[in-house]
Design a binder for this molecule. Structure first.
Ligand SMILES: [Zn+2]
Length: 438
């Protein structure tokens, strides 16, 4: 029986090799005063998230160094304390080239073509999420919430960005931007500033990428839209009547004057009915009258159930485009459903505290977990062998459990070897001989 063929350069094994090279570049700038190499420390932390090991301790105890060496190229695995100490001072921004390397490999392998949304443009969903909160544990990178009674809650948040597509479950995350407290800034400022940084870096890394940004209604404000425009990014952004009162009043007045267009659509296949209402060139709000946007509203009926959505966009709104724009606006949910919910509930232990550190450890771990998630998403998108194993085992959780069980018990040559064993069975494989030296 032949294993399904995969695109070799996008296989987990090829990507692990690429990451090792990237980690070695980070390691070059660090003093080598321990007997564990920096590359090994970084690759070990990555392997922890790649295997979805529930804790550093479990990873340490159950590790099989032979497999970590053969599959991940790690010479020596640090103990959990050494790993924490080594990673804590590393600037999380140093992970960005690794995300870019994988993105370029996807582009070269033409794997992103199926993620194109319209006319060569990708949909990029942006959203913030929290992954840590404590009243006691904190570090130099923590956001702080000061309560009236004098107590402080420390927490971590990040702004994530991922290519999404309405028809695809796979998402391609970019390097997340940590949301960090600046003096005198409130939470919204922090998120807005993080968006500014993320967008500037996106354009640095991908100067010519055609992008339509999709976000929730918190992002529909003039300063943010100006940042998007300055960086040549299109947008489909949620708006809410409660937060954008003057915009909705303007639309209501235009409706009374007969200037709002509408379009009804019925999909006989799915039984869904849509009503679209749209108007071009309206002011986003009173304070920023010169910022003009196109407005689109949609009702969707599914038998008795009705849902309502509204967006502003710089893309043309007409009968020919509104259905596709609606799908693009709603694809924003993929960053919550397929990214954050997967990280939190599908075995990645996103909110679990692997160790907080004093400087960057917590942010580094979050970045490395996103990197492991990216490699997994590439497998889900491009690797028929991974897809076959996932289909066979039925759920991601079960897939990771089986993967770990095999990894800890059998001698493996590569990730491909592991996936093949999961698909075809491993009865004929020789178990590792464990010698009890006690
Ligand atoms: Zn912290």
């Amino acid at each position: 029986m032949m294993a399904p063929q995969a695109r070799k350069l996008l296989s987990a094994d090829a990507l692990f090799g690429m990451l090792r090279t990237g980690f070695a570049d980070i390691a070059e700038h660090r003093p080598g005063d321990t007997d564990i190499s920096w590359t090994d420390a970084l690759m070990s932390a990555f392997a922890l998230f790649s295997l979805k090991s529930p804790s550093l301790l479990a990873f340490d105890k159950e590790r099989t160094e032979g497999n970590l060496h053969r599959v991940y190229g790690i010479e020596r695995v640090p103990c959990d304390t050494a790993m924490r100490e080594m990673l804590d001072p590393v600037e999380p921004a140093s992970l960005r080239p690794l995300f870019t390397d994988i993105f370029r490999a996807l582009q070269r392998g033409k794997a992103l073509e199926e993620m194109v949304f319209v006319e060569g443009h990708y949909l990029l969903a942006l959203d913030g999420t929290g992954y840590f909160s404590s009243q006691q544990i904190h570090c130099a990178s923590c956001l702080e919430m000061h309560h009236r009674n004098g107590t402080v809650t420390y927490h971590h948040q990040m702004l994530s960005a991922a290519l999404v597509h309405p028809d695809k479950r796979e998402v391609i995350p970019l390097m997340p931007e940590p949301i960090i407290k600046q003096d005198g800034a409130d939470k919204n400022d922090c998120e807005r500033n993080a968006a500014k940084r993320l967008i500037a870096k996106l354009r640095q890394d991908h100067p010519h990428l055609k992008v339509i940004v999709t976000e929730d209604s918190l992002s529909s404000n003039a300063p943010h839209i100006e940042v998007l425009q300055d960086h040549h990014l299109h947008y489909i952004l949620g708006v809410k009547e409660g937060d954008h009162a003057s915009l909705f009043e303007h639309v209501a007045a235009a409706e009374r004057a007969g200037r709002v267009l509408s379009y009804d659509r019925e999909d006989t296949k799915t039984g869904l009915r849509h009503r679209f209402r749209f108007i071009r060139d309206v002011p986003l709000n009173e304070a920023n009258g010169d910022l003009r946007v196109n407005f689109l509203e949609c009702w969707e009926w599914n038998r008795d159930h009705v849902q309502h959505f509204s967006w502003v966009t710089d893309l043309r709104v007409n009968k020919g485009t509104v259905y596709q724009l609606m799908r693009g606006g709603r694809a924003r949910w993929r960053i919550e459903n397929e990214t954050f919910n997967t990280l939190k509930n599908q075995g990645y232990h996103f909110e679990h505290n692997y160790g907080h550190g004093y400087q960057h450890l917590s942010v580094m771990f979050a970045g490395l977990m996103m990197l492991a998630f990216l490699v997994d998403q590439v497998q889900q998108l491009c690797c028929p062998l991974f897809q076959a194993v996932w289909a066979k085992l039925g759920s991601k959780r079960r897939l990771w459990e089986k993967m770990r069980a095999l990894f800890y018990a059998y001698a493996l040559e590569s990730m491909r070897h592991l996936f093949e064993a999961l698909l075809y069975g491993w009865k004929k494989m020789a178990p590792i001989l464990v010698l009890d030296s006690s």
